[in-house]
Design a protein around this ligand. Structure first.
Ligand code: OAD
Length: 248
């Protein structure tokens, strides 16, 4: 690993961090697009799309139940902890946006957190107009029986943003508002992306919005991802090793 100079976050500086599956890899959670990644073992159309759920909800629930079981048995690593520590230091000058659904950032202590792709331990009714709100759910559905909504009887589904679905507008708004506030206050702004292949929009494009808002851009990743050219500073290495130095 090349030497990592800590970011200058003194004064009024603002920091926004975007994380992906690579940040949880050292906790033992598989990534999606690496060798042996989840999308090598499953067709994402089958397990992560509304069409897949309509065709075979048991398969989808088995897939997410196994992921629930695995994630519950994993613990946050030094990268998650470094992000929770820097939030304690910066307070509202910090925002964490994650594509991860495994809940490890929250377990590490992160609170100023946007879970762009949903949460593995949350379920909701699959009927769009049902009034039942998404709720915390650690249940495993590995057999024949499928969970149903207590209010309307429709199938429950994982609270995950699947392929072909839109992100919650309020989640993207929190990111936009953070950039706007930094700009309004003429504060130095840093955008860090860590452990993500930059293959999935709109998450991969947030670096461009940050640049337009005047941010310095930093990447922490094992290898050069698709959108590497958008970053001014690149640290190739494990996020559990690089993030504590970068944010220390
Ligand atoms: P990917 O699996 O596409 O990319 C993970 C990236 O992390 C790769 O570029 C790896 O090189 C890197 N990596 C692996 N181990 C690392 C480590 N210890 N430290 C640093 N980097 C490491 O995962 P994402 O970019 O998160 O969406 O994937 C984005 C979205 O695609 C996911 O949120 C998921 C998926 O489809 C949904 O399921 C909704």
């Amino acid at each position: 690993m090349t030497p990592v100079a800590p970011l200058d976050l003194d004064g009024d500086a603002r920091l926004v961090v975007m994380t992906g599956a690579g940040v949880s890899a050292e906790s033992g959670i598989p990534t999606f697009r690496d060798a042996n990644g989840l999308w090598e073992q499953h067709r994402f159309e089958d397990v992560a799309s509304p069409e897949g759920f309509a065709a075979d909800p048991r398969l989808v629930w088995r897939f997410y139940s196994v992921r629930r079981e695995k994630a519950a048995a994993c613990a946050p690593n030094a990268g998650h902890v470094a992000l929770a520590d820097v939030e304690r230091r910066l307070g509202d000058r910090f925002l964490l946006v994650t594509q991860n659904v495994d809940g490890l950032h929250r377990r590490a202590g992160s609170r100023r957190l946007v879970e762009l792709h949903g949460n593995l331990f949350t379920s909701r009714c699959s009927r769009p107009r049902c009034t039942t709100a998404p709720f915390r759910d650690e249940a495993l559905h590995l057999g024949e029986a499928l969970p149903t909504c207590a209010a309307c009887g429709a199938l429950l589904r994982p609270h995950i943003v699947w392929f072909g679905e839109s992100l919650a507008p309020e989640d993207l708004q929190r990111f936009e508002d953070f950039l706007l506030t930094a700009r309004r206050d003429a504060a130095p702004l840093v955008y860090v992306a860590a452990g993500t292949s930059g293959a999935v929009q709109p998450a991969a494009g947030l670096v461009h919005a940050a640049r337009c808002a005047g941010a310095r851009t930093v990447l922490v990743n094992l290898e050069r991802p698709d959108n590497v050219d958008a970053f001014e500073r690149v640290h190739l290495g494990r996020s559990g090793e690089v993030l504590p130095r970068l944010l220390g």
